[in-house]
Each structure stands twice: as C-alpha cells, then as structure tokens.
Design a protein around this ligand. Structure first.
Ligand SMILES: *Cc1c(COP(=O)(O)O)cnc(C)c1O
Length: 363
C-alpha cells in the first residue's frame, strides 16, 4: 500500500488557517490494573489543540475557515444544538480570523456545560438563532442566508453541523498523519486500538483514513453518542472515502489507497437514551478519569467513549494491547470570559438553560 510519509508536500496545496499548535501532546496513563490489563494506555491531548479553545473542532476549522476566506466570505453559517461545542469553536475561531458567525440551533437536554457554552458564544459575538424543531431551523437557515447575501453581497459560508464535510475531515486525516510522526519519533508505541467518540463522524472518518495513509494498522473504535441516522458505520466510511477523493487531487497516494473498512468498529451500546442524556456508565468514567488521571471529561461525548474503553478493559478484551484515548473535548479554561457575561443578553428562548434544573446525572 502506498504510504504517505511526507505530508508537508500536499499540506502546502490546501489552504489552512492556523488555530492550534501542532502536534498536540500524547500522555501516558496508568492502565487499569489486573491480570488482564492493557500493555499501555495513552491519551492524545486534542483537548489543548487551540490556544484559546481546544477540542476536536479545531483541526476541522483550520481547513473550513481557510476555504471561507478563499471564497471571500464575511460570515460563516453553521448548525448545532443550543450550547454546541462546535458552534462555540466556530464562533471563537472565525472571530480570530475576522469572520462573523451565524448559528442555527435547536433545543437539547439541559446540563451545566450548555449554559457555559452559550455564555461563551455570546462572548464570541455569535449571532444565535434557536428553533423548536429541525424543519423550522431549515426555514430559518434559508432566511438567514438570503438576509446576509443581500446585506454583504457575498454568501455566508456554510459549515455543516460538527464541521463534518469531507474538507473538515481532512483536518483529522492530518491529525492521523501527525500522530504517526509521533510514533515514528518513538514518543509512544503504535497503538493497537484508538477509542474516539462518534458524532457527526468527521473525526473518526478522518482519523481512519489518516492512520491508514501513514501505514498504521490501528483499529479505530468509534463510540456512537448521537442518533443512529446522524452517526453510523456506513456514513463514517463514506465520509472517509470522500476525504480520500478530495485529497487524491493533491496527493496521488490517496488515489491509490484502498480504505480497509475492517479497521473501523462502531459501538452502539454506550449511547444511552438520547444525545446528550448522560448515562450512569458515562458519569462513572468521568469520575474515574478525574480521580485517576486528573483529566476532565464530559457526559455527552468523552465520558461515554471512556466508558466503552474501560468496559472493554475490564472484560479483558484489551489484554496486552497498546490503547489510546483520543480526547476530543476542550480543556482550556473559559471562566475569566464567562464572568463578564449576562445570560439575559441572549435571545429569550435560551434562558431556559439558566432558569431550569439540569438533568439529574449532572447535579
Ligand atoms: C463534536 C464532538 C465530538 C464528535 O466529533 P464528530 O467529528 O462530530 O464525530 C466528540 N467529542 C466532543 C467533545 C465534541 O464536541
């Protein structure tokens, strides 16, 4: 199989803005003990990807925002639930490159991070619109597009939910290649398996392709944390292939690469009742990671993913293996900016996230 060793060559061909400092660190953790323990446990610290705001959306936005600039856009238009990490990452990153953000949102379960993210979105100057269902949101999105086209004379640049277009996934192809260089440098052993959350799929899809492009045989265990029509195995493979086709225009080796679908495993059993509804297993994993490793995870994405990994370790499924947890959550401290914000400056329908109780497992 052709192997991509020098990605600097095609990296130069794809416009990219700088939002993060690369590579992100890898850190070794003490694996869960016992006779059937993994050989090693590592974490990839994408939580510190951006200097202001970390998490997995930063890698995608480096390519998406460059494309928006290349097209002369003044604003980006994106989608998410109230308090979405993706909308927040987009608003902060876009603003740092002189682009405004319009966000089309729908309601979701209440938890403490939703209120925090909403205040940060306010701080980032995002133009927030919320709708009661996806049909109304689609109408709202058309209206906002027209309104801003008339006002600016150029289209607002659309960024899909989660930033998961083929171009967004390219950010994680590069993430996979970056990770491979850390292995080649002897910083960590090549993992047998990587655990990562599966949402809008750009992260897992890009990683799957990037690892294979680098010639690694690592399995990607993608833990589904969204409805199955949003995140699923077939969709993830399609997205990985779309990113491959896009990259093949710049680097021939991607044209010749055949994705090995067997390396992608999608896990459904840690999802729980619905998106962003915390689970007992997920919250136990959040507590374990905080107590054992000093790492803060969340109930929506990374806690459920860690729960899957810990359950597999306990079941003896990871004996003797090198395991890596790809941390997709932001860990940059937002408190200083939050103190200055008043939720009553948000449109009224958002106030419920400040005035009604959070879900019981988040108390
Ligand atoms: C968005 C998000 C994910 C999911 O990534 P996708 O690329 O949408 O699958 C995982 N973890 C966190 C913390 C996120 O915000």
């Amino acid at each position: 199989m052709p192997q991509i060793t020098d990605f600097k060559s095609f990296e130069a061909l794809l416009p990219r803005v700088r939002l993060g400092s690369w590579p992100t660190d890898v850190m070794e953790l003490a694996p869960p003990q016992g006779r059937r323990a993994p050989a090693s446990l590592w974490v990839k610290r994408d939580d510190r990807a951006g200097t202001v705001y970390g998490g997995n959306k930063i890698r995608k936005l480096e390519f998406l925002l460059a494309d928006a600039q290349r097209r002369g856009a003044k604003r980006v238009l994106t989608f998410g639930v109230a308090g979405s990490n993706h909308v927040l990452a987009t608003a902060l990153s876009a603003r740092s490159h002189a682009l405004d953000t319009i966000a089309i949102m729908t309601h979701q379960s209440n938890s403490r991070y939703v209120a925090k993210n909403l205040l940060m979105q306010l701080h980032a100057g995002a133009d927030l619109h919320i709708y009661n269902n996806e049909r109304l949101a689609a109408i709202g999105s058309r209206w906002q597009r027209l309104r801003h086209l008339r006002r600016d004379g150029v289209r607002a640049y659309p960024i899909p939910g989660g930033g998961s277009s083929a171009l967004g996934a390219v950010g994680f192809v590069l993430g996979g290649l970056e990770f491979a260089t850390q292995i080649a440098a002897g910083t960590l052993p090549a993992p047998d398996v990587i655990y990562v959350a599966l949402g809008t799929m750009g992260t897992a899809a890009g990683l799957l392709l990037g690892l294979q492009a680098a010639g690694l045989a690592t399995r990607v265990v993608a833990v589904r944390v969204v409805r199955e029509d949003i995140g699923n195995r077939a969709g993830c493979l399609r997205l990985a292939n779309a990113a491959r086709v896009l990259l093949a225009r710049h680097e021939q080796a991607f044209g010749e690469l055949e994705l090995d679908a067997r390396r992608l495993v999608v896990r459904d059993e840690f999802f729980g009742r619905q998106y962003a509804a915390f689970t007992t297993a997920g919250q136990a994993a959040v507590r374990d990671f905080a107590a054992d490793y000093g790492l803060a995870l969340d109930g929506t994405y990374t806690g459920k993913t860690a729960a899957c990994m810990l359950a597999d370790a306990r079941a003896g499924a990871l004996v003797g293996q090198h395991v890596l947890f790809w941390n997709t959550l932001n860990s940059r401290d937002l408190r200083p900016q939050l103190l200055a914000q008043d939720y009553r400056r948000l449109p009224r329908p958002f106030w419920r996230y400040f005035e009604t109780p959070v879900q019981p497992l988040d108390r």
